[in-house]
Design a protein around this ligand. Structure first.
Ligand code: ADP
Ligand code: MG
Length: 323
């Protein structure tokens, strides 16, 4: 009789636990705001509004230091004075330098003068003339950036741009915060860079946007958690004289990268890493991009211009019907 009572009690506790976990699973605390030039959403499965606000404070601190659209940022100090020892800038510059070397300059964060010239994503975007492009190209060269102690220095006339890494870096900093909190499960999305934190029963299901249609889904994959970043030519572009110009530039030419791809999704164990790799792969194209991902132990989904898909690593994309 006592045994029976004991087992009933255990069963009741287990049922309650499952219900409680189920409730949290169904109803995470969610908050969305515009930050880092995009929509940022945090979903915390057992977190509070105070946690979400703390995360948005972190994003604001990163943007305040790293944005080249804010006149008082540390990135602007670096671009004008030539050096800074801000730790956010240092950490991003270190990862950028690593991926720039590994991609043979297809990824190059010293494209600041070029991106400003094109201004893609802003109202005054335009096709620069050839002379402007060749002048701006003279300032491009990641190998002229030095990282020394905790100081980043750029060569005279160089301008850095962390647009290709900043959103993923914000996911890295969110991960640090979550690991030091009681939050066991969360999804953070900073534009095209996402963090899936913690374990979810059955895994996390991630949708990959259809680059060929407005707001459609191309396919889904399931994974255990980590960082996901997508770079695509459909994300930001403008049209002039019937031609589309997108925002991922080829540092070799100064023009938007002429890739065989329309989008690349990278799954890696770092946010800045996945963000930098997705941009690099877009510029490199499928073959060299795949080799780069293998080198970093990352997985990738490459959507080609002709609609075909290639994957590498451990990811298994399930395509939507008709895609
Ligand atoms: P998104 O910002 O849409 O997520 P990406 O992560 O691919 O897309 O980054 C694109 C941004 O990176 C551009 O808007 C620009 O600021 C910068 N950028 C463009 N071309 C390059 C490049 N070849 N290497 C490094 N940064 C680049
Ligand atoms: Mg990127």
């Amino acid at each position: 009789m006592r045994n029976k009572l004991f087992y009933c009690l255990i069963a009741a506790v287990l049922i309650c636990a499952v219900l409680v976990v189920g409730l949290f699973d169904r109803d995470p605390f969610s908050m969305s705001e515009t930050a880092m030039g995009t929509v940022v959403t945090v979903k915390l499965y057992n977190g509070t509004q105070a946690d979400a606000i703390a995360l948005f404070d972190i994003f604001e601190a990163i943007e305040a230091s790293s944005s080249v659209n804010r006149s008082s940022s540390d990135a602007m100090i670096l671009n004008t004075v030539g050096e800074t020892n801000n730790s956010y800038i240092y950490e991003q510059a270190a990862i950028c330098t690593d991926i720039a070397k590994a991609s043979d300059g297809a990824f190059d964060f010293t494209v600041g003068k070029l991106t400003k010239l094109w201004n893609i994503g802003f109202d005054n975007a335009r096709v620069p003339d050839k002379k402007e492009i060749s002048d701006a190209l003279m300032s491009v060269g990641y190998d002229r950036v030095t990282l020394d102690g905790n100081t980043v220095r750029v060569a005279s006339g160089q301008e850095i741009d962390f647009g290709a890494i900043g959103k993923g870096y914000a996911c890295d900093k969110a991960k640090e915060f979550l690991e030091n909190s009681k939050i066991k499960k969360a999804v953070i999305s900073v534009g095209g860079s996402l963090l899936f934190h913690g374990k979810k029963s059955g895994g996390w299901t991630v949708a990959v946007r259809d680059p060929f249609s407005e707001n459609g889904i191309f396919g889904t994959f399931v994974f255990d958690g980590g960082f996901v970043s997508t770079s695509g030519s459909y994300e930001r572009y403008f049209e002039a004289e019937g031609k589309k110009y997108h925002h991922i530039l080829d540092p070799a030419t100064g023009y938007p990268a002429e890739s065989d791809l329309v989008s690349v999704t990278v799954i890696a164990d770092g946010g800045a890493l996945s963000d930098a790799l997705s941009t690099a792969c877009f510029v490199l194209g499928f073959e060299k991009g795949e080799a780069l991902l293998i080198r970093y132990g990352a997985s990738g989904i490459f959507i080609h211009k002709n609609g075909e898909v290639s994957t590498c690593g451990t990811v298994d994309l399930v395509r939507e019907q008709g895609k």
